[in-house]
Design a protein around this ligand. Structure first.
Ligand code: LHQ
Length: 265
């Protein structure tokens, strides 16, 4: 696993890999290098068996401020035609890798998460926020639409009406409010944020990883599918889960009244 990047910090503690976006001077706004390095890092995490849970977070006082608007303004000013949909492909491949990697991904949000950074957090499996978190669908403030998957994840997380409100009014949502409306799973006081994030991540990293991967596959499918299709997939995936060593271990632990020792296989 590559650990040295220009714009990311990478650390691994047991099965937990933490990817920290590291451009704190611009609140971890995305330039091309950070976006491409993030893709490289999530791809590597996806295929590394020693990684059983990924935490995505930001260095300094923010999670991320979305696209680096200074860099983008320069391209705009140059008069070159802006192929923004081509640029968005770089976000999309990160989103797709997060959604399909067969292990849990947690977004740990301290401070502001704006624009594409906010929507990358929404693409993760779970979100933990500090009480100083500020979620901002900033796009309409600059005459744009939610990108980096926001049009998919936002209404599915908070409902259609709230999604339109957040996207159109582009007002900040605090950590506690984000928890209330289902934008995040949990909001904790800032001084407990790192400990709570690591506790959640370590718990998931010691869980039945194969089952977690299959759970993602089931939920990814069901969110855009019908009952019949979902029930068929449920059967196929449970056929796989039931053959895992972790399933046998889970049942044995239950019967022997002891904690399960999951290996991820
Ligand atoms: C920044 C940024 C930033 C550069 C703060 N860029 N420097 C995809 C494809 C193509 C085109 C466009 O977009 C996209 C996707 C997107 O993500 S669009 C949305 C882009 N992001 C935004 O519109 C958010 C812009 N930033 C803000 O509104 C504020 O900075 C927020 C609300 C994030 C934070 O406010 P504050 O806590 O008051 O911090 P600040 O504004 O003072 O920022 C601190 C520094 O970070 C400051 O630099 P300076 O040199 O003055 O200290 C900002 O200029 C810089 N910064 N965001 N996106």
């Amino acid at each position: 696993m590559k650990t040295v990047y220009e714009t990311l910090l990478i650390s691994q503690d047991g099965g937990v890999l933490t990817i920290t976006m590291n451009r704190p001077d611009v609140l971890n706004a995305f330039n091309d290098v950070m976006l491409d390095e993030l893709y490289e890092a999530v791809e590597a995490a996806a295929s590394d068996e020693s990684v059983r849970c990924v935490v995505l977070t930001g260095a300094g006082r923010a999670f991320g401020a979305g696209q680096d608007l200074r860099g983008f303004a320069q391209v705009h000013a140059s008069g070159e035609p802006l192929k923004v949909s081509e640029h968005l492909h770089r976000y999309h491949r990160v989103v797709k890798t997060i959604r399909t990697m067969p292990k849990p991904v947690i977004a740990a949000v301290r401070g502001v998460a704006a624009g594409a950074s906010c929507n990358l957090a929404l693409a993760c499996d779970l979100r933990i926020a500090a009480d100083n978190a500020r979620f901002l669908e900033a796009f309409a403030r600059i005459g744009l639409i939610p990108d980096a998957g926001g049009g998919f994840f936002l209404p599915r997380l908070v409902g259609f009406g709230k999604a339109l409100e957040l996207a159109m009014l582009a007002e900040e949502v605090s950590g506690p409010e984000a928890e209330r409306i289902g934008l995040v799973n949990k909001c904790v006081p800032l001084d407990q944020f790192e400990q709570a994030t690591q506790a959640l991540a370590q718990r998931l990293a010691k869980g039945p990883t194969r089952a977690y991967g299959l759970i993602k596959e089931l939920m990814n499918s069901s969110i855009q599918s019908d009952l019949e299709t979902t029930l068929r997939l449920e059967g196929a995936l449970q056929d796989i889960a039931i053959e895992t060593a972790d399933h046998r271990e889970g049942v044995a632990a239950f019967l022997q009244k002891r904690p399960a020792n999951y290996t991820g296989h």
